[in-house]
Design a protein around this ligand. Structure first.
Ligand code: LCS
Length: 393
């Protein structure tokens, strides 16, 4: 019997697939590269798409299928396409919608490699990119060209936490017949559903909130329609971007606690953002839950919570930030985000270091910007660690 879609937490736990016929409460790991056919005719039917039977794990696998359907249900999409990493998800989208002579409009702040791959690799394939501050709607309208084939947003953006209006941008895009893809990594489906706001495709680095335990790298693309699904799935299969069944099992386990992890982490993050905001050594703090965030109202409208990523700058700039990062003892100095453990990193010299100086300046990735990903620990322990490290600054 197929499980019907229920509330967010119920769907995260139970999914929307069939219960296992042998009674396994968790989705079994089908650790196999290939699947046997009942007959030569059955094999031919599977390849012709006339049978639901599995063929080969790069094309489809029951463990991965169940995971994809669960995330698609949480994002209100047609179906999910699980891939080996968040970057594989980004490239599945770029390779599907862009060809020689085409143009893409992007937010000027993206995760470093998402922008870098357009500037270094796609440009060699004859694909032109325009990066604008999509938080200002007019910039999007003005950047559209007759050959624009995709609008690509991160909201909130990594690492500036800039918020773009998905609904307004999707309206402009749809008037021009341009698909909109939103990288929803910073929110996860628990806090934001871009497809409900008019976007056509949503993607995630699963490495972050959705898995949440810093033990796998993965990605997923979820389109709204079957037509887009078929195109994207073709790219995934033929470029070999697929996920592995064991990876799918681990991230599926992470999904079960997604909502409760985020509830706890964002409750902590607000306390830490307020603490930093009131600290005399802190110059500025960017967090969607603070009224000082430039798109505070928009965040309230399109997100169901403020998330747990905070950017801030210290008085004393980069040197002060380095001193802070070298003196935290409980918070871990590491890239990545969205896990149960609090992490701190310096985008200009780490996650976004490969970008050109111009790209960093136009994207607002200043040298003093320090990024915190708040976990589910006791907030007092995080604040005590920051307090002691700030004393050294
Ligand atoms: N999209 C966003 C918004 C990201 O933050 C990342 C990774 C990716 C895509 C790529 O995902 P991956 O291939 O790593 O699964 N962001 C990272 C970060 O900020 N620190 O380390 C990785």
């Amino acid at each position: 019997m197929k499980i019907s879609k229920k509330g967010f937490h119920s769907t995260s736990v139970h999914g929307v697939g069939e219960r296992d016929p042998l009674g396994s409460v968790t989705t079994p790991i089908y650790q196999t590269s290939t699947f046997s056919f009942e007959s030569a005719e059955h094999g031919a039917e599977c390849f012709a798409g006339e049978s639901d039977g599995f063929i080969y794990t790069r094309i489809g696998n029951p463990t991965i299928d169940e995971f994809e359907a669960t995330i698609a249900a949480l994002e209100n999409g047609y179906n999910g396409i699980a891939v080996s990493s968040g970057m594989a998800a980004v490239n599945t989208v770029f390779l599907t919608y862009l060809g020689s002579g085409d143009h893409i409009v992007c937010h000027n702040t993206l995760y470093g490699p998402s922008r870098g791959v357009l500037e270094k690799t796609y440009v060699k394939l004859g694909i032109e990119s325009t990066f604008v501050d999509t938080a200002k709607i007019n910039n999007v309208a003005n950047a559209i060209q007759p050959n624009t084939k995709l609008i690509f947003l991160e909201t909130p953006a990594n690492p500036t936490i800039s918020i773009s209006d998905i609904e307004a941008i999707s309206k402009i895009a749809s008037k021009n017949n341009i698909p909109v893809c939103v990288d929803n990594t910073f929110c996860s489906p628990y806090l934001q559903n871009p497809l409900d706001l008019g976007a056509d495709i949503v993607l995630h680095s699963l490495t972050k909130f959705i898995n949440g335990h810093a033990d796998i790298v993965g990605g997923i693309v979820i389109p709204k329609t079957k037509e887009d699904y078929d195109k994207l799935n073709y790219t995934m299969i033929n470029f070999g971007f697929n996920m592995d069944p064991h990876q799918a099992f681990l991230v599926r386990r992470g999904v079960k606690t997604l909502g409760i992890r985020i509830d706890r982490a964002q409750e902590n993050a607000l306390k830490i953002a307020e603490y930093l905001d009131s600290h005399p050594k802190v110059e500025w703090v960017k967090y969607p839950g603070l009224k000082s965030h430039p798109q505070y109202e928009l965040g309230k409208k399109q997100m169901k919570g403020s998330g747990s990523i905070i950017s801030f700058g210290l008085k004393g700039g980069l040197n002060a930030g380095r001193t802070l990062m070298n003196h935290v003892k409980f918070i871990i100095l590491a890239v990545s985000l969205g896990g149960i453990e609090s992490l701190i990193q310096h985008p200009a010299s780490m996650t976004h270091s490969k970008l050109s100086k111009e790209a960093k300046v136009s994207g607002g990735i200043s040298d003093e910007l320090v990024r915190l990903s708040i976990g589910i620990e006791e907030p007092e322990d995080i604040i005590t660690d920051l307090e002691k490290a700030l004393e050294k600054v």
